[in-house]
Design a protein around this ligand. Structure first.
Ligand SMILES: [Mg+2]
Length: 322
């Protein structure tokens, strides 16, 4: 519930009438943290970039599916040669994607259904994934992180330092395809922070989510200099390291850095994903984040057709896009 003005109250669960939200925007809004709503005008969602959202989400999903068989495998103990295989770590059929894509789809579906961003609705959809397998590939829930599960079950985003896994980074990309209504009273930064904080509320996680969304924004709006965005150009000296210096565990900073490293030092979608998977460790999430970025940058047509063909549950993916 958000209180608007002195007495009037809007029920966050049911109040989806945009005219009432616009009214809410004009009032002084009291915003209890766990029930905040972000008001987007339907018309302000960038519909003209639909093909880019599709490229982003499919990029993430194929990256996830390529990495699932090797999740937590030690670097150098396996080689992904570019074939989308099944079995191994989770013993799933080829093309199976995991929690990364499921949460990404739940995020998209919430924005698609409401036309604005609601952390209440997103959390509800994450719970339907956790409890009922909704948004899960083949309806089978697997691969979720401890912080995500704890936050969803307790209703409280985790904010201690050790809770900075990559669980919110893996699902934040759709926010790059939304435009915060200037009159909503919240900044883009606040929106990203609070969407991350549904599960990952520590500043390290929320800061990395912001950096990723703004980087995707640069790509979407073609703020590019050759292969690089300004953001990447600025950190290029940092990125210029040997593979042995790239950590690919679950720490959110490492995942973001590893994904950027793979994107920066390849020149096509396929090579970027193969590089990410072969880093090992949290290979599905590293490849999923790299895939979201590379998909957005190179476009849907650069994703290998055989990977799209093998990818499971494409109808479910398509049904969640906005
Ligand atoms: Mg996963």
């Amino acid at each position: 519930m958000i209180s608007v003005g002195s007495n009037e109250k809007f029920d966050a669960e049911t109040c989806i009438d945009l005219s009432r939200f616009e009214e809410a925007c004009r009032c002084e809004v009291y915003r209890p943290f766990s029930f905040c709503l972000y008001i987007f005008s339907r018309g302000r969602i960038f519909m003209e970039t639909k093909h880019t959202l599709k490229a982003c989400i499919y990029g993430a999903a194929v990256g996830d599916a390529m990495g699932v068989p090797y999740e937590m495998a030690k670097r150098g103990t396996f080689t992904c040669d570019g074939t989308m295989v099944g079995g191994l770590a989770h013993n799933k059929p080829a093309g199976t994607w995991s929690d990364d894509t499921a949460m990404l789809l739940a995020t998209c579906d919430s924005i698609r259904e409401l036309g604005f961003i609601s952390t209440v609705d997103m959390r509800k959809k994450f719970l339907s994934w956790l409890n009922e397998g909704k948004y899960a590939c083949g309806g089978e829930f697997f691969g979720s992180g401890h912080t995500t599960r704890t936050a969803l079950i307790t209703g409280s985003g985790q904010d201690y330092e050790k809770s900075n896994g990559n669980g919110s980074l893996m699902r934040i990309a759709p926010l790059a395809f939304c435009n915060v209504n200037q009159f909503s009273g919240w900044t883009y930064e606040e929106v990203i922070e609070d969407v991350s904080a549904i599960t990952h509320a520590h500043k390290i996680s929320t800061d990395i989510c912001k950096e990723f969304v703004f980087l995707l924004n640069d790509v979407i709006h073609n703020h590019l200099d050759g292969h690089h965005t300004d953001y990447i150009l600025n950190i290029l000296p940092e990125l210029d390291v040997l593979e042995s210096e790239v950590d690919s565990g679950v720490f959110v900073k490492d995942t973001f850095f590893a994904a950027l490293w793979c994107f920066t030092f390849t020149d096509n979608f396929k090579d970027c994903i193969i590089k990410a998977v072969n880093l090992g460790g949290d290979s599905d999430t590293t490849a999923s984040v790299a895939g979201a970025l590379a998909g957005t940058y190179y476009g849907y047509d650069d994703i290998p057709q055989e990977w799209i063909d093998t990818l499971r549950d494409k109808d479910l993916i398509d049904s969640c896009l906005f």
